[in-house]
Design a protein around this ligand. Sequence first.
Ligand code: PLP
Length: 514
Amino acid sequence: MEIQYFSFLKHLIRFNRQVYLDHNATTPVSDRVRKAMEQVLKRQYGNPSSFYEIGRKSAGMVEQAREQVAQTIHADPSEVIFTSCASESNNAAIKSAAAHFYPQKKKIIATPIEHPSVANTLAYLQTQGVTVEYCQLDENGRVLLSDLEQRIDGDTFLVCCILANNETGVIQDIQAVTRIAKKHGALVLADCVQALGKIPIDVHTWDVDYATFSAHKLYGPKGIGALYIKQGSPFTPFLHGGHQEGGLRAGTESLHNIVGFGAACKEVDKLLADSERIRGMKRSLIQRFKQIKPDCVINSPEAEAECLPNTLSITFPGVENSGLMGMLDYRGIAVSAGSACSTGEDTPSHVLKAIGLSDQAARETIRISLGHTTTAGDIRYMTQVVQEYIEGRVSFVNMLAPAQLNETILFDEQTFILDVRPPDMRKNVKGLPNAHEVNPLHVERYLKQLPRDKQILVYCPGGGLSVMISYYLKAKGFKRITNLRGGLDAWRKRRNDLYEKYAGQNVTVLEPDN
Ligand code: PLP
């Protein structure tokens, strides 16, 4: 819905370049994948469990995709099951291992930089009595093997080790981790989500017990994951029901997504062949950033073999990431602060903290993740915009974190709350108290009614539309503009207490100037 407003505003401020540099959050679906999926959606509606011909054909397509995934990760097809996403795969592997071993064995060891789908599953298991220990990392974010050696014992049943981290791109020495785990009879889960398509994957050589994957990081569709379970490793189904996936994961197969995953895997060799070009662009990014801001800090390992070719985590001391990201968004550039899963949070990333960044440094850090459609021109444009921002050549908008929007600000006489939500969205959802509603399609018709001597707090449902309008107002000479980061949705998540108490109170509907 907001798209319509975005295009309008871009027209209004004559700006329309789009540069997507957040491929670790998700990737665009490739043409080949889309075409393969379209064929299924158009024609192949048979249920893979049905015995008649169109059912059998669907079942054949599932098996073909399974072979494709298995071949890409060097596994046997019988060791791969499809899931709804990698979060499910991680949950299933960890909970299954716990169901098998606990309470005879009680301990899991993990890196402190696991994806939330691992970290929060472990946190849950802790409430059920499982002991979780986090191993130490070196200054690059790699597992300190000596620390792992020290912690692991006969009570340890699982080691969780993210192969390539989504925020910094650090790659672990998974074979070394597995060797240590095996010596003590522990299983290993390798979260390979970010690695597939960026570095070669070989689950058999690494000897891991479980490995997890997701198609949408690989130019495939969202909503489809895979779980590798080494032959002979214990597995208890997470979802019970029908006999799909060899009885290991119930639920009618998402055929178009599975076919899409298989098609995405077919392109992995091509993706890997492009990684040197991508690494080259990352090098030029780093070089330019060091010229623009010599005190910038690169959080991703500089040794190329230890880092994904596409990922750069960088800290710009003194430059808050919320403001910088808002500016980049306004100029059509998509990057993120940490992982996409933490958008709207104002707590510093656990990954950055685990590799030693202070809270402040984490708030001054952005993650740039390049992809196969990224061009050298995109890099030049991105660095030019960052330079203009850092050198103060553009006036910028303040960003307010959702948790910081408290009663003092909501009822501050010196703050003018501007609701730029699309009118149809206001019908169902109450907004901030004391707000002034305007039609976001015609902001220019309200300018005379907006105060120039107060802070204007602009908000919309998701925080994107309001950034655009905030910069528009800046361009019109309003000096104190603040944008609610993550919009009303993020604020409701963080401060539902205030939302319940005050939402919709004392709202003024402004009439446009003629
Ligand atoms: N593991 C890692 C390292 C990830 O980056 C992600 C996605 O961001 C996931 C797991 C979860 O993947 P999905 O979105 O398929 O649940």
